[in-house]
Design a protein around this ligand. Structure first.
Ligand code: ADP
Ligand code: MG
Length: 449
């Protein structure tokens, strides 16, 4: 492998473990400058990135490089000028339609939409057809049918893809419309910095001009009261003018605990639709379509192997294909089933997939916006007691933990407390569909986190 190929193989693996936004932010414009005597010098675009690589990504990069070439001993990062030119040279053989191709990320400056997300390449199955249909309805009649449109579901299941497809389609039909896509984390930063700079009124009036506002991952607004307040104002003024608002979240509005009541009821006043998990047939269809798009082919048994083992995340299905495609490019031959299994070992059997008590507790805490410490504390506050019971229930159901073990995990409580929690939640599961859904969303988190 030459240094370009090595770096490609590193990127292919990194891409699986971080969000596309992070990937684009940090790994765009990077390459290996030199590779000598076990020392690798990596070029990064600026000093900020250099710091991040040294502090955050170095360990991972080292591990991957070492697994490719055990002669690698040391990695250094260096800021190199004229990043873009470098990029073209560094990434000559990336797959034509592949995610890895940064030239693809031609995010529109005005709308902030990524043109790669369209309805044409959005595969529909029983798990997402309602959400897709709602999206189309909004395209046909923005601002008037479903307002807001609220799409929720687990990680990597196509929320962002669908939301952006709606935006892209509206622009295609009516180029004069002002569409804006913004991830909630970015929105929060905007609000905070404009408050600090006394520019909040400017920000608000800029938002007044938008015809279609797409706010992604609004679960991040939880606990951000000031931002929620400003968003409430923006929401109302757009809503009154029949402008379309589209929102996504990893859970339904009622499960975002620290959402102000007035925002929650605003959200619930529109159309709420979920994206659940794709069934086996859909997973196969997704793999086959993506192979076609990328102009590659793998044996049916390999696709079956992937679709059987990756059930909960479409991004991971794509990731598995990326790994196989990288192998094929490097070796000029498609992997057979045995090789594929070994290549996909880390993805499929990664520690992230192994359920542990710690992961369950963390997932429950995250879901209810609590700290892990609070869940395992002895506090009797109502907003903590119930999530704690849910966590105890899941430990029993998912790990078959003993009641004394569960009691001990939660601040040294007696096993009867654990039995009581388990009984209480079990009974409620029988009659409360909302709770069942909450539990499913938490389980998805455990598996994807
Ligand atoms: P989320 O926002 O729910 O975490 P994304 O929209 O980022 O998920 O989807 C993850 C990846 O899977 C993206 O690359 C996206 O294009 C792809 N994807 C998701 N759903 C579909 C689908 N129905 N058809 C084709 N690709 C999909
Ligand atoms: Mg998303």
């Amino acid at each position: 492998m030459n240094k370009e190929e090595i770096w490609q193989a590193v990127l292919a693996q990194i891409q699986l473990n971080i969000s596309p936004a992070n990937f684009a932010t940090w790994f765009k414009n990077t390459r290996i400058i030199s590779h000598k005597d076990g020392k690798i010098l990596v070029s990064v675009p600026n000093s900020f990135a250099k710091e991040w690589f040294e502090q955050k990504y170095n360990k991972t990069i080292y591990k991957i490089l070492h697994s490719l070439d055990d002669g690698v001993k040391d990695i250094k990062y260096e800021v190199e000028k004229s990043g873009l030119k470098v990029l073209k040279r560094a990434l000559p053989s990336f797959p034509e339609n592949g995610q890895l191709e940064f030239q693809e990320f031609k995010i529109d400056k005005e709308t902030n939409l990524n043109p790669k997300y369209t309805f044409e390449n959005f595969i529909v199955g029983p798990f997402n057809e309602l959400a897709q249909a709602a999206g189309w309805a909004v395209v046909k009649n923005p601002g008037h049918v479903y307002n807001p449109l609220f799409v929720y579901g687990g990680v990597g299941l196509g929320k962002t893809h669908l939301l952006e497809a709606v935006g892209n389609e509206i622009i295609k039909i009516s180029p004069e419309k002002k569409v804006k896509y913004i991830p909630s984390e970015k929105f929060i930063t905007e609000v905070i910095s404009s408050i600090r700079n006394h520019l909040i009124e400017n920000l608000k009036s800029a938002y007044q001009k938008i015809d279609v506002l797409i706010l992604d991952d609004i679960q991040f607004l939880a606990g951000k009261e000031k931002t929620q307040e400003e968003f409430f104002y923006i929401f109302n003024s757009l809503y009154e003018k029949n402008r379309q608002i589209i929102l996504s979240s990893d859970r339904p509005p009622k499960a975002i605990l620290t959402l102000t009541e007035r925002l929650r009821s605003r959200f619930e006043g529109g159309m709420i639709t979920d994206i659940s998990l794709p069934d086996f047939e859909t997973r196969m269809a997704i793999l086959k379509t993506k192979c076609q798009e990328r102009k590659v082919g793998f044996a049916e048994e390999i696709l079956v192997y992937i679709a059987t083992n990756i059930e909960k995340n479409i991004r991971e299905l794509e990731g598995a294909l990326n790994i196989l495609i990288a192998y094929q490019k490097l070796n000029n031959v498609a992997p057979d089933l045995k090789t594929s299994k070994s290549l996909l070992k880390n993805l499929i059997f990664s520690p992230a997939k192994v359920v542990s008590a710690k992961k369950i507790i963390k997932a429950v805490a995250d879901f209810y916006d609590l700290k892990e410490k609070e869940i395992i504390s002895i506090s009797r506050k109502k907003e903590i007691v119930r999530p704690r019971q849910v966590a105890m229930y899941l430990l029993r159901e998912e790990l078959n933990s003993s009641f004394p073990f569960i009691g001990r995990k939660f601040g040294g409580k007696d096993h009867t407390t654990a039995i009581h929690a388990h009984e209480k939640i079990s009974q409620e599961v029988e009659k409360n569909a909302n709770l069942v859904e909450e539990l499913n969303l938490i389980k998805q988190r455990v598996l994807s986190g």
